[in-house]
Ligand binder design. Sequence first.
Ligand code: UP5
Ligand code: MG
Length: 196
Amino acid sequence: IRKMVPKVVFVLGGPGAGKGTQCQNIVKEYGFVHLSAGDLLREERQKSGSEYGDLIENHIREGKIVPVDITCSLLERAMQQSDKDKFLIDGFPRNEDNLEGWTRRVSKKVNLLFVLYFDCTVEICMERCLNRGAAGSGRSDDNMESLQKRFNTYISETKPIIDYYRGINLVRQIDATQSIDKVFEKVKSVFEELQA
Ligand code: UP5
Ligand code: MG
């Protein structure tokens, strides 16, 4: 039996743009598997005996991007361990290093459908993350100091990656400033097109 080529959607957007929230909705409605690169890194950091625990924690707190071989290994393993063949890869690729590593290690083995880009203002993103921190997210980067660094990294390193995908017509851009339900209405129109 021939194994299906996995389908991948990258989900990008600033810190707090709503990537994780909307991915959960997409999972329920369209049967994708949600792989958050940030969640996989946080999980790996918690593992006792992980040789990368300290490196991951330091990068996350400083809003820096972890070297791609670590992130890619976690993503590849999660895809291999799944019996599904449609994946939302949330929060990756975020810089040149990520894109190079993905291209070298994974891109030929999957079918990249498009890049879902949640467009949101810095102010709204910031407020959402600070609220989440105040409500007890437990995330070591939901504080003003880390958030400023996360945004600097997003603008200088991740935006150019989104622009690269826009240039090859793969970006599906969504206004992410509205309510969760309104944003999901727009997300649905993108995925309905896919099924048509
Ligand atoms: N919320 C969501 N949508 C809302 C809406 N429409 N209206 C009102 N509120 C809304 O949402 C954030 C908060 O806002 C939640 O409280 C939610 O209820 C509310 P969420 O869905 O969590 O947004 P998301 O975009 O997922 O925000 P997140 O903080 O997860 O984004 P980041 O991109 O900053 O975080 P990530 O986990 O992807 O990465 C964290 C760090 O890991 C990075 O900074 C980096 O150091 C490291 N990393 C890597 O090194 N490499 C990677 O490949 C990935 C991560
Ligand atoms: Mg997230």
